[in-house]
Ligand binder design. Structure first.
Ligand code: 9MR
Length: 747
């Protein structure tokens, strides 16, 4: 088809509306076509194809017969190379396409034509027989003269025919300003408030004086009313806001709304039961993250997939994984465990904090006044082990523990007893990619002190919790923990490298005093031995103020020790001071929550939201919850419960960060096998998956192209490409599991 004259048309249109004084880029004067022959009038040149595809002209389009039986999208491709892309320049990528039979998917990308084949922009529309026109705008994250436009059409079981026309990549177009759709200005917990719990909302408004609000039931009847409290400008969002407290209303109901300032909130319930479900969904997330086992459709309808990283092609498998060159000369069987996140890597430090947090969720239930040991009993999580008379949560966590144990350097090798920091692909892979389709070489990375201490801490914790169910496993775990502890003492400063981030994350941390403290604490709690008590008491971390604004995480693990020393029965001298330090930490977070117009225990220095801020908010709430467990004071219970509101919709973006919970929830988390946004045949992440959340540093190019200059809460986008604001991970869902479990217990 003949090229539409885009530049000319838009100029004519602008003249007609009298808007001739626009800057050049906006007027379209600099829009330059980057592709040659996108109209296929007489030839398909210079478009190339993979050898299994032949391109031909058909009715002025390029058509290709695509063979069935290939694995990956890129196994059958039509493309054009040698494009020059300019860093920071915005492009309009458009084409029309059709496919027969109906429903096949084309992955259209703009990227690098040479290794490592980076993708700068991609979409995967599902094609119809009659065809559609597609138009997208993106900003090039880097400059290159080896750019490429490619239409990847492989991965189908059956043969099909793909046709395209009017393919255009127009440079120099005006960037599209990104305006998130934040819905009504009244922000509520879109899921549920507890009947006897706190009930707060936030209104975004220009009004400076107080305003009347009404609470309505599902039939529209006003059941409560009152006045807002003006709060001025909220630092975390740069909005003028009011807060609303409707906690005196305590009746159960569903479909309630808050109306104020001419706006009506999204609907919500007043009910406790949904938190019992959220607690289970958050923990059920782990089964579908499992490596080395096929995921069963009867257990997770819609999420079945073949086992990943067993030694079945194209996987190179985790059955006998070598080290990176020069690191060791043995191989290890490191099958199993959970994939870390949206990638296929497995990292001991992140596995460690996740295991700890899930086990501590279980352990809290044994000791806390509102704990419910039956919550995660056998048959609660629908996993393959359900029915074995062991609490399902212990079964699920054991899948990861067994992997952590395999990461320990075997006897007779240099550094025996230490743990390898991580195992992952040699190179980063693209999206989507099922674990079973990953063709990359897998490598063990050097042992680190941090990983070794994570193993010591979690294996020691496991030893006391699995003992009633499997004495042998408990003994094995304790032995491994002791060995790891001794190895860490012998090699106290082997740090993972900051620059070892190709093919997987670095998880670098060069302060391990907190990991030493944590491992000593868990070993002490399990064995009661004096040696470990002394290590705890002599650690500078023991008396340090560890409850900072960012909250504990995989790198800041001191809180794991402090919370357990305060709550798990033990005879540590000076234990009262330990408990007081937790309460003091909780008081700090509670003060933050009270002064925050969005009612959350998070106010990072300079308003710099950290990577995974959502889980840090949950963690600060867990400290508050622990103060409730220690004191029984209602203010702590209410503070922890209220923190949940932020995650479930009471925030500047009016989004629930938990998939499937709330009227509008995050659903496009960065993921290689829940990549529905890129491949309609794949699912979204399962119900109960927490997104990382606002991250001021927006490290990924997609977020950079949309969110430049964002303020705090606005540094988030629900797009699969945004790995720095919108990934899902095992350590974030463990925070959700822990907090949801506490809230469920307050119902
Ligand atoms: O959550 C991690 C963040 O704290 C680190 O700064 C970052 C860089 O190491 O890595 C994040 O973790 C990612 C990991 O490296 C790879 N798997 C996905 C993780 C979540 O984005």
């Amino acid at each position: 088809m003949k090229r539409r004259r885009t530049a000319l048309l838009s100029l004519t249109a602008l003249v007609a509306t009298g808007l001739t004084a626009l800057p050049a880029a906006q007027a379209g004067a600099d829009e330059v076509e980057q592709l040659r022959n996108g109209t296929f009038d007489t030839t398909t040149e210079p478009w190339w194809t993979t050898s299994n595809v032949t391109a031909e002209l058909s009715d002025g389009q390029l058509c290709a017969d695509v063979p069935g039986g290939t694995t990956n999208r890129w196994d059958a491709t039509v493309g054009q190379n040698d494009l020059t892309l300019v860093e920071g320049e915005t492009y309009r990528f458009s084409f029309s396409a059709n496919g027969a039979p109906e429903g096949h998917v084309v992955r259209a990308i703009v990227g690098l034509s040479a290794a490592p084949y980076d993708t700068y922009f991609e979409v995967s529309p599902q094609l119809s027989v009659s065809g559609n026109a597609y138009t997208y705008t993106f900003t090039a994250p880097v400059g290159t003269t080896q750019g490429q436009v490619a239409f990847q059409v492989g991965g189908s079981a059956d043969d099909w025919r793909f046709c395209m026309d009017d393919v255009s990549l127009l440079g120099g177009v005006a960037p599209e300003p990104y305006e998130p759709d934040t819905g009504p200005r009244v922000r509520v917990n879109q899921v549920a408030y507890l009947p006897s719990g706190p009930k707060n909302a936030t209104l975004v408004t220009d009004a400076t004086g107080k305003l009347p609000w009404q609470l309505r039931d599902a039939r529209g009847k006003v059941v409560a009313h009152g006045w807002t409290v003006p709060r001025g400008t909220d630092v975390s969002s740069a909005q003028n806001v009011h807060s609303i407290d409707f906690g005196s209303y305590r009746k159960r109901g569903s479909g309630l709304t808050l109306t104020v300032d001419g706006e009506t909130s999204r609907p919500f319930d007043i009910d406790a039961d949904v938190y019992g479900q959220l607690r289970l969904d958050a923990a059920k997330y782990y089964y579908t993250q499992r490596s080395g086992i096929a995921i069963r459709d009867d257990l997770r309808p819609g999420y079945a997939r073949p086992a990943g990283h067993l030694d079945v092609a194209p996987n190179q498998g985790d059955g006998a994984v070598p080290c990176q060159p020069g690191v060791c000369d043995y191989t290890l069987d490191v099958t199993g465990g959970w994939y870390d996140a949206g990638d296929h890597g497995k990292y001991v430090v992140n596995g460690g904090i996740s295991v700890w947090e899930l086990l501590s969720t279980y352990e809290r239930a044994l000791h806390a006044r509102t704990g419910d040991p039956a919550a995660f009993r056998d048959r609660t999580l629908a996993i393959p082990e359900s029915g074995n008379r062991v609490p399902d949560l212990l079964d699920e966590v054991r899948w990861e523990l067994e992997f952590l144990l395999k990461m320990q350097v075997p006897e007779g090798q240099p550094l025996a007893g230490m743990a390898h920091h991580k195992i992952h692909d040699e190179q980063w892979t693209g999206l989507p990619l099922l674990p079973s389709d990953d063709p990359q070489k897998r490598e063990l990375h050097p042992p680190s002190t941090a990983a070794t201490l994570n193993l010591a801490a979690t294996a020691a914790q496991a030893a006391r919790l699995y003992k009633p169910y499997d004495r042998e496993f408990a003994e094995k775990a304790l032995k491994a923990a002791r060995k790891a502890w001794a190895a860490a003492l012998a090699h106290p400063d082997r740090y993972a490298s900051e620059s070892d981030g190709i093919g997987g994350g670095t998880y670098a941390d060069n302060n391990v005093t907190d990991e030493f403290y944590w491992a000593a604490a868990e070993l002490y709690l399990t064995t009661g031995e004096k040696e470990f008590a002394n290590r705890v008491l002599n650690s500078p971390v023991h008396t340090a103020d560890i409850f900072g604004p960012l909250g504990y995480d995989w790198a800041r693990t001191a809180a794991a020790a402090r919370l357990d020393l305060a709550t798990v029965p033990n005879r540590l001298p000076g234990r009262d001071k330990v408990r007081k330090s937790v309460i003091k930490g909780a008081d700090g977070y509670l003060a933050t929550l009270k002064s925050h117009p969005y009612g959350m225990p998070y106010a990072p220095v300079d308003n710099v939201y950290d990577w995974g801020s959502n889980h840090q908010i949950a963690h600060n709430a867990v400290v508050i919850a622990t103060a409730y467990d220690l004191t029984g004071a209602a203010k702590y219970r209410d503070g922890a419960v209220q923190s949940m509101d932020y995650l479930l919709g009471r925030n500047a973006l009016n989004i629930s960060y938990v998939t499937g919970y709330g009227e509008v929830s995050a659903q496009n988390q960065h993921a290689r096998w829940y990549a529905h946004q890129l491949d309609p045949n794949q699912p979204n992440p399962p119900r109960g998956t927490l997104a990382g959340g606002p991250n001021s540093s927006i490290q990924d190019p997609y977020a950079q192209s949309k969110l430049q200059g964002c303020v705090g809460q606005f540094c988030y986008i629900d797009d699969i490409q945004s790995w720095s604001t919108n990934e899902h991970t095992i350590n974030w869902n463990s925070a959700l599991t822990r907090l949801a479990s506490f809230v469920a217990d307050q119902g």
